[in-house]
Design a protein around this ligand. Structure first.
Ligand code: PSU
Ligand code: MN
Length: 305
């Protein structure tokens, strides 16, 4: 099965105009119904306002789609839609079995790259989960391995502090994935503007970010993508005490309910959203919109080079 690329996206790619890929797991599994549809629309709007064409990606009835239509966004965001969460390894099964699925960072990046889209915005990258009581849970998001093998720029707000941030950064280093802080020296932690870890490189404007991406792609051997880490806007950063309480509760919830594998991230996000009375939802929306805008700005500079 071939990928369906929306006409507007295909035209932009053919004319070397900027395109920004957007993922669907954050819509289907990261945000509640209703709110997810609003965010889906705002994401596409901010990308357009910044001068690029949005391409939200999902798998519908077994067909990979790059650039969902309005009705298709409705379907992905519908209450009870119950889309399967698809990482890259799940794509073949999803195609062959003809199912509806939401794509994670890993599968969105892979499909974007295959379609010729080089810039992708999301909320948080998956990473290395904290080891539970066992010596290690071996729960390391495929997002990291795919980013090491797929030359796309991923703009995100770092990784959630529910992950082992230090281990995630170590693995990115091992995989030769460059990590750039956007107007920050610290690697952001999704709901929080800073983790305790520094970024190896800092850029302060979209043009510089584009220059680094271009140099990396054109002059550095290998297949690694680039991570541009953009902290949540200041006014939406979560209160540290609230954050830490929800994090401790969330981790305990995973233990008592025995949640593992791909359900870990959605269960934690849901706990934050309900436990914070919506504060974390506002943060989530603000950061993903900010990332989409920045991704579009960088894509504009890349296309102009
Ligand atoms: N981080 C978030 N919200 C999300 C995700 C990550 O703050 O919705 C989603 C992304 O789609 C990411 C996926 O690719 O979770 C990672 O899941 P896992 O850890 O199961 O690989
Ligand atoms: Mn996982």
């Amino acid at each position: 099965m071939t990928t369906r690329i929306a006409e507007e996206v295909a035209d932009a790619l053919a004319e070397n105009r900027p395109v920004v890929a957007l993922e669907s797991t954050l819509l289907a599994h990261g945000l509640p119904p209703g709110r997810n549809r609003e965010v889906a629309q705002r994401l596409e709007d901010v990308v357009r306002e910044a001068g690029a064409v949005p391409a939200t990606i999902a798998v519908l009835r077994g067909e990979p789609v790059v650039g969902l239509t309005g009705p298709e966004l409705d379907r992905v965001c519908a209450p009870g839609a119950d889309l399967t969460k698809l990482s890259r390894r799940d794509l073949g099964a999803a195609y062959a079995l003809g199912i509806d699925g939401a794509t994670t960072v890993a599968s969105t990046a892979a499909l974007a790259h295959a379609a010729g889209v080089g810039v992708f915005a999301t909320g948080g990258l998956g990473g290395v989960h904290r080891a539970g009581d066992a010596p290690t849970s071996w729960d390391v998001s495929a997002d990291l391995a795919v980013l090491a093998a797929t030359p796309v720029l991923v703009v995100c707000s770092g990784v959630k502090s529910v992950l082992d941030v230090g281990a995630t950064l170590e693995l990115l280093e091992t995989s030769s994935v460059p990590v750039l802080g956007y107007r920050t020296d610290r690697f952001p932690a999704f709901y929080l503007r800073e983790s305790e870890f520094d970024v190896p490189w800092r850029v302060d404007d979209p043009e510089r970010a584009a220059a680094v991406v271009a140099a990396h792609r054109e002059r550095v051997p290998g297949t690694a993508g680039v991570l541009l880490a953009n902290p949540v806007p200041e006014e939406f950063e979560m209160d540290l005490a609230l954050h830490d309480r929800l994090l401790a509760e969330g981790l305990e919830l995973l233990r008592t309910r025995g949640v593992t594998g791909k359900d870990v991230t959605p269960v934690l996000l849901e706990h934050f959203h309900t436990g914070s009375g919506g504060v974390s939802l506002d943060a989530n929306e603000a950061l993903v919109l900010s990332n989409a805008r920045l991704a579009a700005e960088v894509a504009v500079h890349l296309a102009a080079r």
